[in-house]
Design a binder for this molecule. Structure first.
Ligand code: ADP
Ligand code: MG
Length: 272
């Protein structure tokens, strides 16, 4: 399988803070990669550099044949950034739906304004993607009348409606009440099974274990370890990976996410 995402020599500085250190990462078409690591290790920044929500300080990002060098300026660069963004869909922890728009309007907005799609075609694609996340029946509802899990499923449909080649998820279930996490993970699993290439930052180790082809561990701006989930969870090599996994195990046993309140419901996906 050829790589659809190729990241090389990626560095990111915020002022003098060196947040990503010479990252190299290739992702194959249809591969599902989970990215784990402690808070502040650079996971979000890495995702945000892939679609240029953050401009890389140095290095190159290539998505589906569009190759962009970081740290450049000018018209040509802006065009390449635009092209790369069209290839990537992103889902954030906080959903980021437009509150004044209905579910359907949220989903047709990108195709109409960014891709100049005509409205009837955009509606067709939006309805198909709302159906894909099981929320076509909510198309005329407003976001404030949806549960957190439903909002996140709409956000996934909205990203899919742009027909990206790669989906980036940044802790998509971290803002949800525990009983709503499973429905979002299930939608993500279906999208993965349909063949989407996905890079997922998550604390849901059970999901990583079941759905990911590969798990990547970040610490202090570097990829410190990676592998197939089974091997990585069973026999981590780096001490920091061991500590991270122990932390997740302890959290699971106590029924808590690390740094989060107690769970009300049994977990759908578990590490063991
Ligand atoms: P993670 O997602 O793994 O928690 P982040 O990528 O958000 O980590 O952050 C990595 C480091 O970069 C942290 O030290 C964070 O404080 C810093 N950082 C992130 N975004 C910014 C920003 N916009 N300005 C300055 N520092 C930032
Ligand atoms: Mg983050």
């Amino acid at each position: 399988m050829p790589a659809i995402v190729k990241i090389s020599n990626l560095d990111k500085y915020f002022g003098r803070l060196h947040v990503l250190k010479n990252i190299a990462l290739d992702i194959e078409a249809r591969e599902v990669v989970c990215l784990i690591g402690r808070s502040g290790s650079g996971k979000s920044t890495l995702l945000r550099c892939i679609n240029f929500l953050e401009e890389p300080s140095h290095g190159t990002i290539e998505v589906d044949g569009i190759r962009v060098a970081g740290g450049e300026k000018g018209k040509e660069h802006r065009q390449l950034v635009h092209d790369v963004r069209l290839k990537t869909g992103m889902v954030f922890q906080e959903f980021n739906l437009f509150p004044h728009m209905s579910v359907l309007e949220n989903v047709i907005e990108g195709p109409i304004t960014v891709k100049n799609m005509d409205r009837s075609q955009a509606i067709k694609i939006a309805e198909m993607n709302l159906d894909r996340v099981g929320l076509l029946f909510k198309k005329d509802e407003y976001p404030m009348r949806l549960s957190g899990g439903q909002k996140q499923r709409v956000a996934i449909a909205r990203a899919l409606a742009m027909e990206p080649r790669v989906m980036l998820f940044d802790e998509p279930t971290s803002a949800l009440d525990p009983e709503l996490i499973g429905e979002v993970l299930n939608v993500m699993k279906n999208v993965a099974n349909e063949g989407m290439t996905m890079l997922v930052v998550t604390h849901e180790m059970g999901f990583a274990r079941e759905v990911a082809d590969r798990v990547i561990v970040m610490a202090e701006g570097e990829i410190i370890e990676q592998g197939v989930p089974d091997a990585l969870f069973k026999s981590p090599k780096d001490e920091r990976t061991k500590a991270l996994i122990d932390r997740y195990r302890a959290a699971e046993e106590s029924g808590r996410e690390p740094d989060q309140p107690p769970q009300k419901q049994p977990r759908l996906y578990t590490l063991e």
